[in-house]
Design a protein around this ligand. Structure first.
Ligand SMILES: Nc1ncnc2c1ncn2[C@@H]1O[C@H](COP(=O)(O)OP(=O)(O)OP(=O)(O)O)[C@@H](O)[C@H]1O
Ligand SMILES: [Mg+2]
Length: 138
C-alpha cells in the first residue's frame, strides 16, 4: 500500500520528511526517487531536523555521502554521479547503512542494492503548478 501526499512549497516537503524521521530507527533506509530538482534534498533536510538537528544539510553530489551526527548516525547519499553499483562497496555503503539511518537520493541508479525493507519515496511534479509536488511513499 502506498501513501500519497501533495505539497505546495519546499517547507511542506521538509515537514513530511521531518514527520517520517520521527518513526525511524537504526538500519532504516529511505530510498528517494525523482527528477533533478524535484525536492529530494528538501525532504532530507526535514529528516535531519529530527535526526541531526545541528547538521547543515547540503547536497553530497560530489562526495556521494554526507554524514550527519545525531543520536543515531544519519547518512545522506546522492547517487546521481555513481557510475556503477559495483562502486558502492568502495564508498562503504554496505557498512554505513547498517550502522545508522540512511536517506539516499537517486536510487534509480542502484536498483539491485536497495535493502528489501527500504521505504521508497517518489517525488514528482504536478503539471502546471510550479511549487506543487506529489510524494508517494511505500
Ligand atoms: N513543493 C515543493 N517541495 C520541494 N521543493 C520545492 C517545492 N516547490 C518548489 N520547490 C523547489 O524545488 C527545488 C528542490 O530542490 P532540491 O535540491 O531539494 O531537489 P533535488 O530533488 O534534491 O535535486 P537533485 O536531483 O539535483 O539532487 C528547490 O529549488 C525548491 O525551492
Ligand atoms: Mg538533491
Amino acid at each position: 500500500m502506498a501513501d500519497i501526499l501533495y505539497t505546495h512549497s519546499p517547507e511542506e516537503t521538509e515537514k513530511i520528511g521531518e514527520d517520517l524521521a520521527k518513526s525511524l530507527k537504526k538500519g532504516d533506509f529511505v530510498a528517494l526517487y525523482g527528477d533533478l530538482g524535484v525536492g529530494k534534498t528538501a525532504f532530507v533536510r526535514g529528516m535531519a531536523r529530527v535526526l541531526a538537528p545541528h547538521a547543515a544539510v547540503t547536497s553530497p553530489s560530489y562526495s556521494l555521502c554526507n554524514t550527519y551526527r545525531g543520536n543515531i548516525m544519519f547518512y545522506h547519499f546522492d547517487l546521481y554521479r555513481l557510475s556503477s553499483e559495483d562502486d558502492l562497496e568502495s564508498i562503504g555503503y554496505y557498512d554505513l547503512i547498517e550502522n545508522g539511518i540512511t536517506a539516499a537520493e537517486w536510487c534509480e541508479n542502484i536498483p539491485t542494492s536497495i535493502p528489501e525493507h527500504a521505504l521508497r519515496v517518489t517525488i514528482s511534479r504536478v503539471s502546471g503548478r510550479d511549487d506543487d509536488r506529489k510524494i508517494e511513499m511505500k
